[in-house]
Each structure stands twice: as structure tokens, then as C-alpha cells.
Design a protein around this ligand. Structure first.
Ligand SMILES: NC(=O)C1=CN([C@@H]2O[C@H](COP(=O)(O)OP(=O)(O)OC[C@H]3O[C@@H](n4cnc5c(N)ncnc54)[C@H](O)[C@@H]3O)[C@@H](O)[C@H]2O)[C@@H](O)CC1
Ligand SMILES: [K+]
Length: 513
């Protein structure tokens, strides 16, 4: 089962793996033609009703595979306004092949005739809102032509929908125009790659066609995992997230790297709460950070009130970098997490405390293999076996996990979703790259999800967490871009790369795909 959003991501990942959308469209069109053939006889009239997006494009391809049927392609709108290059190329190929086609400039002129099969390729997953003309009339004509919803009471044409009946939301099965709005009532649906939750709720007979998307496009992170992380062009300071790094004491580099990575990964503000003994040093590394000194030389339970107060207005807290493993510092982390209900990235020595603590917080834990074992998790040499162990352990602890390794493994807090990341290189075993990753994930998890940004004022912490990027997506995207930045750094510096090299390359990795 796959959502439309994930489908778009997998499509982009497939393209990055050398299987571009045009190739997938060829397979989709072929699958639609197979369904048409099984529903008709040679010589039968087949009407393909096509919109100007890729859903229509699938049907342009299908027409080429139906040489022994009496095919007519109806394009809704002008050919010049076909929206994508691959659909346009397939429209042109149709002409070159002399396949009969007509363009429907005015919906009033739309005449389907009385074909044996109608292919509904008006709209696929790209639909939003109430159907506009000429799509609306076309959908009504399709419904009137036959099928269960047809005026002829089922004796008319067989209606085969491409990917999803036009006007239906593939995620919910509801009309995109709202309750009772017009949408195609299909007899059959040929959907691609995987089942869609909304299609299960329809009466139509749904088949899933394998269109050759490699399994790796789902198993591994890719550029598709960055979709939906875009910053809104009209956002103002604070909207792209404020991150508080809590750490330092025995070490000064780690919290500084995390905080600077958070800024490069798009956070508007990065603060560091650290022992006063190292505050000047951490500030000295960078003018971009806001440093909040806490009395003493290492984190301890006395700092709880102050840190809880600082954390209250943050989008994400990154806790652990460079704090060391003194018992008092671990006790501080226990108290902090037990009380916290926001969102936190937990790294380094703070990780071992996680399995002991009952918390309402949403945690993203970023252990390496050794730290995972320290938390009570298991690991394995085989990447797929490791992925399975991490998935099960994430469900057990109830938090998102990002386990670092040659292949990173990311698992959702319910253990339902697991993904691997294979960007990165052996040069990244140098100290500090994990701190960069924690800061990067913190920044991505601090962003407001553009899809929920318009919701009502969010008053509770739970509402605020829900309005942000999904923690699993933030972790998967963070692992992917951290590895890309590391690969760019290795290109420049070979195995001599250092963690600060990654930080400067994060913006390119994130935004210049
Ligand atoms: N892996 C994939 O994602 C693949 C997708 N393919 C096909 O591509 C489809 C998605 O293509 P697109 O993203 O181009 O989108 P669609 O072809 O579904 O729709 C986009 C078009 O619909 C118009 N539109 C949107 N809402 C409308 C409304 N309410 N009334 C009237 N017009 C409206 C848009 O202006 C745009 O022209 C899938 O459903 C599938 O059929 C296949 O080609 C193969 C691979
Ligand atoms: K359709």
C-alpha cells in the first residue's frame, strides 16, 4: 500500500537510479493496453479520454499498443498546453504513428461515440479540488457512457481508469471536490506499482501493474525523500525552525558542529546550552550561534529548570553532543526527557538513557552500532537483516531510530516503516560527522510541514509536533543529505575530509538536487 506522496518520492528515486518517468510511462501505458485488450475484441472501438498531465500521457502510450483495436484518443484541451515533456513527447509519437486523435477545445462539443471500452485518463494523482472544465464534462460523459454508473445500467462501455478514477483521491477514495462531487465511476482500475489506500474503498475491480520501478527506489533514500522539505518563499524568521543544542562540557567541538549544521540545513536560529566553562570557546568558533551558559563544567540535574525553560519555545532540541558520560549528566538527561513533550534528537552519550525513560516527547535517536548496543538494540552484518532488527527495536522503544553505519538504517517509531541510506563514504568515520548529522536532522525536524502549515493556531505541544515535518522523513532526509555532503567533501579532500567540510556542503546537498 502506498500513498500518493510516497509514490511521487519513489518515482523521483527511480529516476535517480536510471529509470526515468518516461520509461515508467511506457510500462504504464502497456499495462493499460493489456487491460483494454482483455476487456474487448479485435476491431472493437476504444475511446481514450486524456487530460494534459502524465495520466493522459499513459493513455497516449496505451494507444500505440492497441493497433488492432479501433482507437480514438480525445485530448481535453490544446496540445500546446500539455503539461509535461514526457506526455507531450508521447502525444507527438501518437501523431507520427497516425493514430486517430481529436482535441476537445470546448466541452460542449465532446462526443464519445459508443465504444466498447472507455479509458479514463483525464486525471490521476495530480488532481486537486473540484473538477474544472473540460475535465468535468468529460467525466460526466464517461459515466454516462456505461459502466455501473452509466445511464445504460451497466450495458454500455466498460470504463477502465488509468491509475485512479479521475476526480478520486487515491489516498482516501473520496471525490477531490468534496462529498458528492463528480468523479469517474470506473468498472476497472489499472493502478501502478502498488495498491493505493483509497482504491480499496471503491467498488471497482483494481489491478496493480508492475511498471518496473526498482525495489531499491523504495528501500533506499534518494532525492525523492527530500520532496516536501522545501522552504516557503514567504516564510519569516523562526518559521523554518529554531533548534537548541544541549551538550558540551568535556568536549566543545561536538555541540558547535551540531548547531552549525542545523543552521546550514536551514534552521533560522541555533542556540547552544552548555556548561559555562566551555561557553566562550563554543561562541568563539562561530558568530552565528547564540550560546546560553549553564553554571559549572558539565551538565547536571541542577540545570534542569533552566534547560526546560529554554527548550519550551524551541521546535527541536538536540541533546547529547559532547556532554560526556558522567552520571550527573546522564541524570540530567533522564530528568529532562521525562518532563519534555516536544521533539528531540538524541545523540551520543544521551542515547543510553532513552530506554529507561518514560516520555511524551517525540524522539529521533541517532546511534552508531555501538551506541545501539548500549541502548539494548541488536545489530547484524547483513544490511537487510540489520534493517529488520532496527525496525523491531524502534517499535520496542517507540521512537524514530537512525542507526548510522555503512548503510544507515532509519525506522519509524511504530516500526512500520524502514529505509536504508547508502550515501556517504569511509572518510566519514572521522570524528564529528555524527554531530553534523544530529544537527542536520534537528533542523529538518524543526521545519513546518508545508501541508499542515495552514492549520489553525496550534496550542498544545502535540499539535505543534504534528505541524512539523514527519520525524521519520526528517531522519531519512538527514541521513541522505549528510552522506551527500560527505561525498562532496570526499571529492575535494579524499579521506582527509573533516566534519566541518560537510557543514559547508549541506546547502548544496539539500537544495541543489
Ligand atoms: N511513478 C509515477 O508517479 C508515475 C506516474 N504516472 C502517471 O502520472 C499520473 C500523475 O501525473 P501528473 O502528476 O502529471 O498529474 P495528472 O495527470 O493526474 O493531472 C495533472 C493535470 O491535471 C490538472 N488538474 C489538476 N486538478 C484539476 C481539477 N480539479 N480539474 C481539472 N484539471 C485539474 C492539472 O492542471 C494538470 O494539467 C499518475 O496518476 C499516473 O497515471 C505514470 O506515467 C507512470 C509513473
Ligand atoms: K484516471
Amino acid at each position: 500500500m502506498i500513498s500518493s506522496e510516497r509514490m511521487a518520492a519513489v518515482d523521483a528515486n527511480a529516476a535517480a537510479l536510471g529509470v526515468p518517468s518516461k520509461q515508467l510511462m511506457e510500462s504504464s501505458g502497456n499495462a493499460v493496453a493489456r487491460a483494454v485488450r482483455s476487456a474487448s475484441d479485435p476491431g472493437d472501438a476504444v475511446a481514450l479520454v486524456c487530460g494534459r498531465g502524465n495520466n493522459g500521457g499513459d493513455a497516449f502510450v496505451a494507444a500505440r499498443f492497441l493497433a488492432d483495436r479501433d482507437v480514438t484518443v480525445h485530448l481535453l484541451g490544446r496540445p500546446e498546453s500539455i503539461g509535461t515533456a514526457i506526455a507531450r513527447e508521447n502525444w507527438e509519437a501518437l501523431h507520427a504513428a497516425e493514430i486517430p486523435s481529436e482535441t476537445v477545445a470546448d466541452s460542449a462539443d465532446f462526443d464519445l461515440g459508443s465504444p466498447a471500452v472507455v479509458v479514463d485518463a483525464v486525471l490521476g494523482t495530480g488532481v486537486s479540488g473540484t473538477l474544472r472544465e473540460p475535465a468535468r464534462t468529460a467525466v460526466e460523459e464517461i459515466n454516462a457512457s456505461g459502466g455501473r454508473g452509466g445511464e445504460s445500467g451497466g450495458d454500455g462501455a466498460i470504463v477502465i481508469a488509468v491509475d485512479v478514477p479521475s476526480g478520486v483521491d487515491a489516498d482516501t477514495g473520496e471525490p477531490t471536490g468534496g462529498d458528492g462531487a463528480v468523479a469517474v465511476d470506473a468498472d476497472r482500475v489499472v493502478t501502478f506499482h502498488d495498491a493505493k489506500p483509497g482504491l480499496e474503498r471503491l467498488e471497482a475491480d483494481v489491478t496493480v501493474a508492475d511498471i518496473g520501478i526498482p525495489a531499491a527506489a523504495e528501500r533506499y533514500t534518494g532525492p525523492g525523500d527530500l520532496l516536501g522539505l522545501g522552504r516557503s518563499p514567504d516564510s519569516h524568521k523562526g518559521e523554518n525552525g529554531e533548534v537548541l543544542v544541549v551538550g558540551g562540557g568535556p568536549y566543545t567541538g561536538a555541540p558547535s558542529l551540531s548547531a552549525r549544521a542545523a543552521l546550514r540545513a536551514g534552521a533560522d536560529l541555533a542556540r547552544v546550552a552548555c556548561p559555562a566553562s566551555v561557553a566562550d570557546e563554543i561562541q568563539g568558533y562561530s558568530a552565528d550561534l547564540i550560546v546560553r551558559p549553564l553554571p559549572g563544567e558539565s551538565l547536571g540535574p541542577d540545570h534542569f529548570d533552566r534547560v526546560a525553560e529554554l527548550a519550551a519555545d524551541q521546535d527541536v532540541v538536540v541533546i547529547g553532543p559532547g556532554m560526556g558520560n558522567a552520571e550527573a549528566s546522564l541524570e540530567f538527561v533522564r530528568r529532562f526527557l521525562a518532563d519534555f513533550s516536544g521533539r528531540a534528537v538524541v545523540d551520543a552519550d544521551a542515547l543510553r538513557v532513552v530506554p529507561e525513560v518514560e516520555t511524551d516527547a517525540e524522539l529521533i535517536c541517532t546511534p552508531h552500532q555501538g551506541e545501539l548496543r548500549g541502548m539494548g538494540g541488536e545489530t547484524a552484518a547483513d544490511p537487510n537483516e540489520r534493517a529488520e532488527l532496527v525496525r523491531a527495536f524502534a517499535a520496542e522503544v517507540g521512537h524514530t531510530l537512525l542507526v548510522k553505519g555503512r548503510y544507515d538504517v532509519i525506522a519509524s517509531d511504530d516500526g512500520e516503516t524502514v529505509r536504508q541510506n547508502r550515501t556517504g563514504n569511509p572518510g566519514m568515520t572521522v570524528g564529528g560527522t555524527g554531530d553534523v548529522l544530529a544537527g542536520t536532522v534537528g533542523a529538518l525536524a524543526a521545519q513546518t510541514d508545508p501541508r499542515t502549515a495552514q492549520t489553525d493556531p496550534r496550542t498544545t505541544q502535540t499539535d505543534r509536533n504534528a505541524a512539523r515535518t514527519d520525524p521519520f522523513q526528517a531522519a531519512a532526509a538527514g541521513a541522505y543529505v549528510n552522506g551527500l555532503a560527505g561525498d562532496a567533501a570526499a571529492e575535494a579532500n579524499g579521506h582527509g575530509l573533516v566534519a566541518t567540510d560537510l557543514i559547508d556542503r549541506l546547502p548544496d546537498a539539500l537544495y541543489d538536487e
